[in-house]
Design a protein. Structure first.
Length: 690
């Protein structure tokens, strides 16, 4: 069970005292503790704002500086309603036989009470600070047991004892501590976790683990005077298998097995991050040993680092700071940014893990960066939720995975794409009668769904007449787009089923083909003003789109119709009328009288695909639809452009594009339905208000 998670603020204090022998390794050990407590996967503390230091160490840390830092940290935590995590590491003493711990600062003197830091008094002040959600304190000094504040006195304080304390002390009040053994053991326990413990480690969990590992005699004091406050925890447990799932998915286990085989190593039974971290350290040691080839070692290290990146990304997504993530959001985003087909039959953490592993280990790299696909995934989800790259959780993830530039690039690319998608030009041929060409083209320029401009363009009722006037439409729309401070990229052509079958508007000659500079999407014009007997088709289409979005089956959410179905029109009609087909429909061949069949299918499904050429559609073309489903219909335009450029340099996906270009489509989405609703309720009633 995940406890409430208020923010966690951190302050680590580790002074050297010139009046006493120097503590060997103090600065390094304290820095390791500070880093572990800041690690999002371990201590979960927030990084301090610019200008505020959460780590004080060395021989220049004075008594006044320590006391001021603790009080300031408590006040800041109180204002943020945060938990304050404090650590005191260094020399400690008792004075005059009183069972109180005094920390020795750089200007402290062993025989002068006014120069030492009263740790228990500072803890009491912090606990009695308004707004603070609790204090977690770690003390590693001689006589550390004397750090316990007067709990009874807090009942008479400002907060009347309504506060919480978890205090870990390396030794008792009459005992000495040696060699920073407790802090060294604590760092190791925090990093490696505790077997058999829960997702979060309590002070008692940590005490037992450190005592067993470092042979110390650590003490714990827990005071709970706030029944409504956050349950205190020291760290996340690195040995806790997130959400009950296996750490490695099929892709991760397969790649790691392959990478370790040349080294004669088996995949460790890693059920937690600590297992992968240990494997990484072992590989580093083998590299230095020189017993294996550089190529084999490099491969093993690369896969292990990739799995650690995947784990960090999975953890980020499972604790996503934006709107709740759904399986559909994950599937759409993963497929769109890296071509990943998330496995069917899994959900929750397993779905996230498997998609993330594919993107990190198998997806094509962008400009040589292995973390770019993950960055594009994170950015895509973040933009949906209005999050930027400076969101604390996102910037922390980028730092941990070394993907800072990749994340910034991903956000920049999305911003450019959003700007390109801002404007849409709708050109409708709905004035056509039956399968004839219209005498008028109607055009609307939409800015994020809002109607910017409308115009009617008379034309000759022929294909050449329509295409000639289409040039005028594009010129008009381009000029209006510039006035709106944007660029027109997307053009939507609405036509009858017979015209959709025999016309390729993206090939219209504007000097350049229309589809060279624009993404062209084909719509069925009958949805603009459905005939009386088909009044229900747009409402039904919304239901079908919702079903398609919720489809968690393997592959694209569409059904392929073969000759067996199309040669039995009455049976096909019965199935359509009974709601048998809940997904998109695609024809695996081009049947006789396609225009009549297409018109029937378009009334029952929001999306229909059919082959451009005669004969059976090759399996490769069907596979390309599966691969690019979440990028359609836009990817059709890229595929058509590729076929026009024959011989021009193309991406690694050029072969897939050639297969995809064999298909035509009539596509419906919620944007088009919204426009159809507006058209039917306003335009047909004579309201053409801009």
């Amino acid at each position: 069970m995940t406890p409430p998670s208020p923010p966690r603020h951190l302050l680590v204090i580790a002074p050297q005292c010139p009046d006493l022998p120097p503590l060997s390794g103090l600065e390094d050990v304290a820095e390791s503790l500070h880093a572990a407590l800041l690690d999002r996967r371990v201590g979960g503390c927030a990084h301090a704002p610019h200008g505020i230091d959460s780590f004080l160490t060395g021989a220049s840390v004075t008594q006044e500086q320590i006391e001021k830092a603790v009080r300031t940290a408590a006040e800041r935590a109180g204002r943020a309603e945060a938990v304050l995590v404090l650590a005191f590491v260094g020399h400690g003493t008792t004075l005059g036989g009183a069972p109180r711990l005094f920390l020795m600062a750089s200007d402290s003197r062993t025989d002068t009470r006014t120069t030492v830091v009263n740790v228990s008094d500072l803890l009491a002040q912090a606990l009695d600070t308004q707004g603070i959600q609790g204090v977690i304190a770690v003390v590693d000094t001689c006589h550390a047991g004397g750090a316990t504040p007067d709990i009874a006195a807090l009942d008479a304080g400002v907060r009347k004892g309504a506060t919480r304390l978890s205090l870990l002390m390396s030794v008792g009040v009459e005992e000495d501590a040696y060699g920073l053994a407790f802090t060294r053991g604590l760092v190791r326990v925090l990093r490696d976790g505790v077997s058999g413990a829960g997702e979060y480690l309590s002070a008692e969990d940590v005490r037992q683990a450190v005592n067993a590992m470092a042979n110390t005699g650590a003490r714990v004091v827990v005071a709970d005077g706030n029944p409504f406050g956050a349950h205190p925890w020291i760290a996340r447990n690195a040995q806790y298998a997130l959400r009950g799932r296996a750490l490695l998915g099929p892709v991760g286990r397969q790649d790691l097995t392959w990478a370790l085989e040349p080294l004669g190593m088996d995949v460790p039974p890693a059920s937690c991050a600590a297992g992968l971290e240990r494997l990484r350290r072992n590989l580093d040691a083998l590299v230095n040993d020189g017993a294996y080839s550089i190529a084999d070692m490099t491969c093993a290290v690369r896969v292990t680092e990739g799995l650690l990146d995947a784990l960090r990304t999975t953890e980020l997504l499972l604790a996503w700071p934006g709107a709740p993530l759904t399986s559909d959001r994950i599937r759409r985003a993963a497929a769109a940014v890296g071509g990943a087909t998330c496995p069917a039959g899994v959900g929750g953490g397993e779905l996230v893990r498997d998609c993330v592993e594919f993107l990190r280990l198998r997806a094509p790299r962008a400009l040589g960066s292995s973390t770019a696909p993950l960055a594009r995934l994170v950015a895509a989800l973040a933009v949906e939720d209005g999050l930027g790259p400076d969101a604390p959780q996102l910037s922390a993830w980028a730092g941990e995975t070394g993907a800072v530039l990749e994340l910034n690039d991903a956000f920049a690319a999305l911003a450019e794409r959003i700007a390109e998608d801002r404007l849409r030009l709708v050109v409708s041929l709905h004035a056509a009668v039956a399968d004839e060409w219209p005498e008028t083209l109607m055009a609307w320029l939409l800015d994020q769904g809002e109607h910017v401009a409308h115009e009617e363009f008379p034309c000759s009722p022929t294909q050449s007449g329509v295409e000639q006037q289409l040039k005028t439409v594009l010129r008009w729309a381009t000029r209006r787009a510039k006035q709106a401070g944007s660029k027109l990229k997307r053009v939507e052509i609405a036509a009858s089923a017979p015209l959709l079958v025999r016309w390729r508007p993206e090939e219209t000659d504007l000097g350049l083909r229309l589809g060279v500079m624009h993404d062209v999407v084909l719509r069925w014009s009958d949805r603009l003003s459905p005939p009386a007997h088909l009044y229900w088709i747009n409402d039904y289409a919304r239901e079908r789109l919702a079903a398609i979005a919720a489809d968690n089956g393997s592959g694209a959410p569409l059904d392929w119709l073969g000759k067996q179905e199309t040669r039995q029109p009455e049976e096909l009609a019965r199935r359509l009328q009974n709601g048998f087909y809940e997904r998109a429909l695609a024809l695996s061949h081009r049947p006789h009288r396609l225009d009549e069949l297409l018109e029937r299918l378009l009334a029952y499904t929001p999306i229909v695909l059919w082959p451009e050429g005669e004969g059976e559609l090759p399996d490769a073309a069907r596979d390309s639809v599966e691969r690019y489903w979440h990028r359609l219909p836009g990817e059709f335009s890229a595929a058509y452009r590729h076929t026009w450029r024959q011989g021009a340099q193309a991406r690694d996906t050029a072969e897939d594009w050639a297969d995809l270009a064999r298909l035509r489509s009539a596509w419906l989405d919620t944007e088009w339905l919204d426009f159809c609703d507006w058209f039917e309720t306003r335009w047909t009633d004579g309201d053409d208000t801009q």
